[in-house]
Design a protein around this ligand. Structure first.
Ligand code: FAD
Ligand code: 5PR
Length: 377
């Protein structure tokens, strides 16, 4: 059989995962990244079994583990009173920085022989597998993958209808030094290796999600309603935040030195993930609120299952139908995750504690690499 070819828009977590999985199956793969340099913006990230299984399947576990951790518990506080300390027994999860996840995926992609072109923008794609670049160059592929994020040009050039749902809250994210000794000095009884979700709803909605990412780096996310001008201001209003969270002063001071960017929570739902030979994955297909920490997780999960589905279809003419079947099988998991994340974002129910049980952990426990995952038990 001749070598099959994929053109991918976007070298984010979705695009790099799909590219690696296809190249490891003998495909020739070219990834276009519009940014002039290959790097990631953003701070920290939590990964769960669904994406950890994918990272393992592409051979990236060793790199991933080298600079990540599993905190002893996921703690939730209301007005600094502990509501729950979930040890998440039976669920595999890791915390890490985005730069580390990006470096891990970039290394895996290069090892697999993926060609990555920085400074290359995909302008449009057609259902029969042609991409047009901003340079004017055209290329054809057996599969075109739109992994070009929430503003996807691939998706919009195919006029795939979508709906956006916004929430009243949003968040500013930072990577700062751990400063564990200083934190311990201020609050000696706290386990500063835990993830700690510090909620305050009264008299004012302000929340800090404290997530250790490794021995040296801490990820903090500061949430405030979009209509709270001081709470959503960047750089952050240090006086406001330290007045509500005095025990976090050492790390808030570090965050205040960085410009920062406030993201309003939102969900994007598209009518369809596929058009002929084109498939959408990641935020291009299913951007979601971060409440369940699954945007990148679902991106990697769907990148993997897409690569497997495309590879298993050796008959070129049958590929569009195979992509439709892929969407039919995999999409319900992501749809439910989007709905749950939107629900938590809208209701702020995570403040109640004990939120990682029952249906909510469906996505976290999913194993997209298990070939029997859709068999009825
Ligand atoms: P992106 O990361 O957006 O990558 C798209 C890439 O495509 C970019 O590099 C872009 O430059 C490039 N591009 C865009 N247009 C073009 C074009 N036309 N041609 C070529 N290249 C193009 N997820 C988790 O799993 N865990 C978490 O803890 C978590 N926390 C989050 C917290 C916040 C506040 C937010 C907003 C999101 C969070 N997420 C989390 C979600 C996660 O960040 C995203 O879902 C994930 O990064 C999406 O990856 P992607 O590759 O689809 O898109
Ligand atoms: N979980 C994580 C996260 O980064 C955020 C949320 C939940 C890991 C925000 O960035 O609820 O907003 C959230």
């Amino acid at each position: 059989m001749t070598t099959r070819h994929a053109e991918i828009a976007g070298a984010g977590f979705a695009g790099l995962t799909a590219a690696t999985a296809l190249a490891q199956r003998g495909w020739s793969v070219r990834v276009h990244e519009k940014a002039p340099e290959l790097r990631t913006e953003g701070a920290g990230i939590v990964l769960w079994n669904n994406s950890l299984q994918v990272l393992d399947a592409i051979g990236a576990t060793h790199d991933l583990m080298s600079k990540s951790m599993t905190p002893p518990a996921y703690e939730t506080r209301m007005n600094n009173v502990i509501r729950s300390q979930e040890t998440l027994d039976g669920i595999s999860w890791r915390t890490l920085t985005r730069p580390h996840l990006f470096a891990t995926l970039l290394y895996a992609a290069r090892e697999a022989g993926v060609e990555i072109v920085a400074g290359s923008t995909v302008r449009s794609a057609t259902a029969d597998g042609e991409v047009t670049l901003a340079s004017g160059e055209k290329a054809t592929a057996d599969v075109v993958i739109g992994a070009d994020g929430v503003g996807s040009a691939v998706r919009d050039s195919l006029a795939i209808p979508l709906e956006r749902q916004r929430s009243r809250d949003g968040i500013t994210r930072f990577l700062v030094p751990r400063r564990k000794e200083q934190l311990q000095a201020l609050e000696p009884d706290t386990e500063w290796d835990n993830v700690i979700d510090f909620w305050n709803l009264e008299p004012r909605v302000l929340r800090v999600l404290y997530t250790p990412a490794n021995d040296d780096e801490l990820y903090i996310a500061l949430m405030a309603p979009a209509d709270d001008a001081a709470g959503s201001r960047v750089p952050i209003d240090l006086e406001l935040w330290t007045s509500v969270f005095p025990q976090l002063a050492p790390v808030l001071e570090a965050a205040a030195t960085v410009p920062g960017k406030y993201y309003g929570y939102q969900t994007t739902r598209v009518e369809s993930w596929t058009r002929g030979r084109v498939a959408l994955i990641g935020d291009a297909a299913h951007a979601m609120c971060p409440a369940l920490a699954q945007g990148a997780g679902c991106a990697m999960q769907n990148a993997w299952t897409l690569a497997v589905a495309a590879d298993e279809t050796s008959d070129a003419a049958a590929l569009p139908a195979a992509l439709e079947r892929w969407e039919q099988h995999e999409r319900p998991f992501t749809d439910r995750c989007q709905d749950r994340s939107q629900h938590y974002a809208d209701t702020r129910e995570m403040a109640n504690g004990n939120q990682f049980s029952g249906d909510v952990v469906e996505t976290a426990l999913y194993n997209p690499t298990d070939p029997r995952r859709h068999e009825v038990q």
